[in-house]
Design a protein around this ligand. Structure first.
Ligand SMILES: *[C@@H]1O[C@H](CO)[C@@H](O)[C@H](O)[C@H]1NC(C)=O
Ligand SMILES: *[C@@H]1O[C@H](CO)[C@@H](O)[C@H](O)[C@H]1NC(C)=O
Ligand SMILES: *[C@@H]1O[C@H](CO)[C@@H](O)[C@H](O)[C@H]1NC(C)=O
Ligand SMILES: [Ca+2]
Ligand SMILES: [Ca+2]
Ligand SMILES: [Ca+2]
Length: 296
């Protein structure tokens, strides 16, 4: 009775800050967040923010120290105060990835150097180059953007900004990674059209060609930025961007326990393992689940 009453209160008050003298309990098997929310125990110290409270209570270092502290795979970076691993490009990108804004700290961001193919705004924020020239001010300073981000070529025609950008036939700018990936990000299909030579593209000089892409029925990630090679995370269909021959040493490509490792070494979020979508380039995630996914 007591438990169900607390549970009822919880349902009524979830989202409110309950710090008024009475103590809330969560039903068994659930973890009580600092903001009164209850989350499943398995979501505690799993490297993802689930409580969404100021204390980052499900991923605090106090709770997730020692063995529970996850190892950051590859080139991922530890958040200083929370049990979360970041990609380098998540530093100063305007999104609070650490949960306590440590990755968006202004003092840090004004001296931080952005990743390749990112623009550093005057406020320190790092924005991917290909996001510009799509009609939005991204640096919160239009004057600065007009002076520094060129969205036209020498003939005055609309252009995209940066070497990683691709211009759709309809003028939209998107990342070259979206070329020939089977998804129409342009909206007019021009990133997937025959003129793009999907399966036979010529990569730019700052790109790496994934040979194994040609074995796939849906071509994707034929050309990846060279900065994606030897970073501890497989991006080519068969992981040749992390080969010892290329990188000089074994990269020990490893996934967090909340990721599933495909036979190609690629890491995909664990929950996508059984969702019927082929996230592994080699379909290895699906082989375990063919019985489930074939029921129609
Ligand atoms: C915006 O950028 C301009 C030109 O780069 C600079 O002079 C100005 O101080 C900036 N404004 C703000 C609010 O930061
Ligand atoms: C790629 O080009 C080669 C040589 O031109 C050709 O034989 C092959 O069929 C092409 N592959 C695709 C997928 O278009
Ligand atoms: C890579 O993995 C092997 C085997 O698990 C281990 O012995 C080695 O220390 C690891 N190397 C690095 C650099 O982590
Ligand atoms: Ca969590
Ligand atoms: Ca961030
Ligand atoms: Ca596409």
């Amino acid at each position: 009775m007591v438990v169900s009453f607390s549970y009822l209160l919880l349902i009524l008050f979830s989202g409110f800050n309950l710090s008024h003298g009475f103590q809330l309990l969560c039903p068994e098997g659930l973890f009580l967040c600092g903001n009164g929310r209850c989350i499943e125990n398995v979501k505690v110290c799993d490297g993802f923010l689930d409580c969404n409270d100021e204390e980052v209570s499900d991923e605090s270092l106090k709770l997730c120290s020692g063995v529970k502290r996850q190892k950051c795979p590859g080139i991922k970076i530890y958040c200083p105060n929370t049990n979360i691993c970041l990609w380098p490009f998540e530093l100063c990108d305007g999104t609070n990835n650490c949960g306590d804004y440590a990755d968006e700290n202004l003092e840090f961001c004004t001296t931080h150097k952005c990743s390749p193919n990112q623009v550093q705004c005057p406020n320190g924020r790092c924005v991917p180059e290909e996001w510009f020239c799509n009609g939005k001010i991204l640096c919160q300073n239009e004057t600065w953007e007009n002076e520094n981000i060129k969205c036209s070529d020498e003939n005055g025609k609309k252009a995209c900004f940066g070497a990683n950008a691709f211009k759709c036939n309809n003028g939209k700018c998107l990342s070259r990674l979206g070329l020939c990936d089977g998804v129409d990000q342009c909206g007019d299909g021009s990133d997937e059209s025959a003129e793009r030579n999907c399966g036979n593209r010529t990569c730019l000089s700052h790109e790496f060609y994934c040979h194994s892409n040609a074995h796939r029925t849906q071509f994707a990630y034929e050309c990846i930025p060279k900065s994606f090679t030897c970073d501890g995370s497989a991006d080519c269909p068969e992981g040749e961007d992390e080969m010892i021959e290329l990188c000089g040493k074994s990269q020990n490509v490893s996934c967090t326990k909340y990721e599933f490792q495909c036979s190609s070494k690629q890491c995909v979020p664990a929950e996508s393992e059984c969702n019927g979508v082929a996230d592994c380039f080699d379909n290895s995630g699906r082989t375990l689940f063919t019985v489930k996914t074939n029921i129609q």
